[in-house]
Every structure is written in structure tokens, then in C-alpha cells.
Design a protein around this ligand. Structure first.
Ligand code: UDX
Length: 426
């Protein structure tokens, strides 16, 4: 099949490359000159393990090409995936400006029947809106169908997730479009859920919000466990082995971040409000998440006798989670801001993220922790798990470790003379 992917971010680029792997011919369309030039040269404009090799393979084999030419791309392709961003508006709802502008371009350049698929996470009812926007700006009526086909991949494991989905959701009322979509996904060994576009759109929000809810649940529970000196990791394990609950997304830490959970939970809250059925459970999920870095700072202050003023704090990790260069809504940045309010002196390190203009960022961990009163783990990067602690202790001013991701071994660190504080990691 010939497939057009509009929007070459995480979702668009990964989706396009997965289709290449399945033997399809893909065009990636984006208006950003910088992104297109990089992709044409086989270079990713973001960090995602394994993806650049796949990109370079398919660019070389000419299975994928990238362009800024909307007219030609739309005319030549009859299966079009919308993968553009849907940022958050001030009121928490999703901003559909980019989706709308893609719909309008499609309607202008549509030359024959097209199937238009929304892969971006969009509010319930967006497939219907896309249909309306296209119809409104069409001079002559050319038939088309709109399908909702949400993406569930995670940053940092995008390739694995896109190749091994738990399910594929196809939301459409058109038999022609449904047949085409099933053919496209025929080699994926997972269930295909066929439903209408609205239910499909709701599935995506409901799934992300449920996962965020699991995280906030375990984080709030961790605060109770902390007081009772219970190891929350044992609780997660014991609870997660119940197959009705499952072991995933029960890791207590500094709260969830990223480009999806914070935005999608807020968008669903907004949708519920607009329909007069507030989702109070999700409002609490947000509240707990926002409080988690504050909770952690309070633990730090307590360890230092109530005050962090002039303390030198080495923050390890800026990304919102390991294996990504994304810092959007990163709990780490939230913590750094709060540390500055507390008048602490902050030094930072991240193996991949480079914060432009961040004068206190150091390329090596040793330099970052030198003279520090405390070291804080903010991102669960593998390389922070097995550091040469004896050596680092010698470099530090005071041996305090605050493990915001519960990735370190408290017993080992304490035997080396560190004062260790995790998130209910007793
Ligand atoms: C998420 C969804 O998982 C994915 O299905 C969707 O398509 C996009 O949004 P992503 O944002 O890439 O993916 O990251 P994810 O791995 O889900 O983690 C989100 C946040 O939750 C991170 O900050 C992570 O550190 C945190 N998290 C995750 C926890 O704090 N505890 C956990 O147990 C799991």
C-alpha cells in the first residue's frame, strides 16, 4: 500500500517506519523544514533507541521519503494518517489547530476517494469534526472516510511497542475503510477492536488516564507507607501479582510526566466537565501527581533539619523517564524549580538531554556531584543504577542520596555510609 503520514514527530515517524517494515511505501509530510531535511538524510530530530537505524535503512532502500509538498503528497496517496501534535489549551482541553489545518489541506488537494486516519490523541468527536471540516472546504464533493486508530506506543520503547501492540483499535462506520485498515494490520498478532470513532477516541483517553491513575494511587499510598515504614516496592509486587491488577505502572516515584499523561488526563477531565459528568477520580489523580515533587522536597528538607538554603544539590536526570530526550512535564524540572525556590544551589546531569543555556549542567556525573551536599535521582536511567558509590562519596560534601525513582539499593548505600531516602523504599 502507499501511505501518507502527516506529522513526523515520535508517533508519525515510528508509525511510518513500522509500515515500511510491513512492506508498504511511505511518504512523511511535515511543514518543518529542519525536520524534513534531517529525516531525508536519515537523521532523527529526537532521541529514540533503535529508530535511527530503521530510518536510515528505509531511506536508503527508498521505502520512505519525506516532503513538505502537501499537494503532491495528498494527491498521490489514498491512505492518509494524521499524526500531528495536539497540545494542551489553557483550560486543559486539546488544541486541534494542527489537525484542522491538515483536514483543510486534504480537502483542498483531494483528487479521489481517500481514507483519512487520526492517530494523534484527539478528543471524543474529532473524527466527526474532521469529516465536517473536510466537507466544509470541499468545492466538489469527493467521497472519503475518516477512521480513528489511536497509537499506544511509549517514548523510549516506541519501536517495540509499535511492532508488538496489545491491541489495534479501529473506529469507523465505513465498511470500505474498515476492510482497508484490517488489511493494513493483518500481520499483527494481536486482537483488533472494531468500534465507532467516538468509542475509539475514548479508549485512548481512558487507557492513558487509567495508567496515570495507577501511578497516582501507588504514589499516594507510598506516602502512607513512608509513615508506617513499609517498603512500597513490596506492596506493588504483592498487589501487582493479582492478575486482575497487573504489575505494570505501580512504581512509586516523583510522579508521571511526558507529553501524554498530563495532557490526556486533563483533556478527559475537560471532556467530562463539558458533559456535566465530572470525573472527580481523575481530578484527584492530577492533584496527587502535582503534589509528588513537593512531597519529595519536604522529605529532603526534613533530612537536612528543615531547610535546603545554600545546600548544593546534584540532580541526576532531566528527562521525564529513561531512554528519551523529552523533558515535557518532567517531574525533574518541577523539582529543580522548587529547589531553587528553597534557595538550594542546583547542579544537573543527564546522559542525553542538553538543556540549552543551563549553565549548571555537567557532562559527567563526577563533576556534577563534586562538593554536593546531596544527590537526587530524578530519572530512572540505567547508568545511574550501578555507579561507583565509594568514589562519588569521596567527592561529595555530605553523603545524602535522595532516590526519587527507587532504583538504588538502600542496604548497599547505607553500608557505605550514605544517608539514603527513597519514596517509601524502606
Ligand atoms: C504513555 C503511554 O504509556 C502510551 O501508551 C501512550 O501512547 C503515550 O503515553 P509515555 O508518555 O511515552 O507513554 O511514557 P510511559 O512509559 O507511559 O510513562 C509516563 C510517565 O509515568 C513517566 O514519567 C514515567 O516515569 C511514569 N511512570 C510510569 C511512573 O512513575 N511509574 C510507573 O510505574 C510507570
Amino acid at each position: 500500500m502507499k501511505i501518507l503520514i502527516v506529522g513526523t514527530g515520535y508517533v508519525g515517524t515510528t508509525t511510518g517506519l513500522i509500515f515500511c517494515e510491513m512492506g508498504h511505501q511511505v511518504t512523511g509530510l511535515d511543514l518543518d523544514d529542519h525536520k524534513i531535511k534531517a529525516l531525508q538524510a536519515g537523521k532523527l530530530h529526537f532521541y529514540e533507541p533503535g529508530l535511527e537505524d530503521l530510518l536510515s535503512k528505509h531511506v536508503t532502500a527508498q521505502n520512505i521519503m519525506f516532503t513538505k509538498n502537501s499537494k503532491r503528497a495528498i494527491e498521490e496517496n489514498d491512505l492518509i494518517f494524521i499524526c500531528v501534535g495536539t497540545p494542551q489549551c489553557d483550560d486543559g482541553s486539546a488544541d486541534l489547530t494542527y489537525v484542522k489545518s491538515v483536514a483543510e489541506s486534504i480537502s483542498i488537494y483531494m483528487n479521489r476517494y481517500k481514507v483519512i486516519v487520526t492517530k494523534s490523541t484527539v478528543p471524543v468527536g474529532t473524527a466527526n469534526l474532521v469529516t465536517k471540516w473536510i466537507k466544509e472546504s470541499q468545492d466538489e464533493q469527493i467521497p472519503f472516510d475518516v477512521v480513528s486508530n489511536p497509537e499506544f506506543l511509549r517514548e523510549g520503547s516506541a519501536l517495540h511497542d509499535a511492532l508488538n501492540p496489545d491491541r489495534i483499535v479501529i473506529g469507523t462506520t465505513s465498511e470500505t475503510a474498515s476492510k482497508l485498515m484490517k488489511e493494513l494490520y493483518q500481520n499483527f498478532p494481536c486482537p483488533i477492536i472494531e468500534t465507532n470513532p467516538k468509542a475509539s477516541e475514548m479508549i485512548k483517553y481512558a487507557a492513558n488516564s487509567f495508567l496515570a491513575m495507577k501511578i497516582s494511587y501507588i504514589n499516594e499510598l507510598a506516602r502512607v507507607c513512608d509513615d508506617l515504614k513499609i517498603n512500597v516496592k513490596d506492596v506493588s509486587k504483592g498487589v501487582g501479582l493479582d492478575h486482575r491488577i497487573g504489575p505494570h505502572f505501580l512504581k512509586a516515584g516523583m510522579g508521571y510526566g511526558g507529553s501524554c499523561f498530563p495532557k490526556d488526563v486533563n483533556a478527559l477531565i475537560q471532556i467530562a466537565k463539558e458533559n456535566g459528568k465530572p470525573l472527580s477520580i481523575l481530578e484527584s489523580v492530577v492533584q496527587v501527581n502535582e503534589g509528588q515533587p513537593r512531597y519529595f522536597i519536604d522529605k529532603m528538607k526534613q533530612a537536612f533539619g528543615g531547610d535546603l538554603k545554600n545546600k548544593i544539590i546534584a540532580v541526576l536526570g532531566l528527562a521525564f523517564k529513561a531512554n528519551t530526550d523529552d523533558t515535557r512535564e518532567s517531574p525533574s524540572l518541577n523539582l529543580i524549580d522548587r529547589l531553587k525556590v528553597e534557595q538550594a544551589k542546583v547542579k544537573v546531569h543527564d546522559p542525553i538531554v542538553k538543556m540549552a543555556g543551563h549553565s549548571d549542567q555537567f557532562p559527567v556525573i563526577e563533576e556534577t556531584v563534586a562538593d554536593a551536599d546531596a544527590l537526587v535521582i530524578c530519572t530512572d536511567w540505567d547508568e545511574y543504577k550501578n555507579l561507583d558509590w565509594e568514589r562519588l562519596k569521596l567527592l561529595m560534601n555530605q553523603p545524602y542520596i535522595f532516590d526519587g525513582r527507587n532504583i538504588l539499593d538502600k542496604g548497599i548505600l547505607e553500608s557505605l555510609g550514605f544517608h539514603y531516602v527513597g519514596v517509601a523504599n524502606h
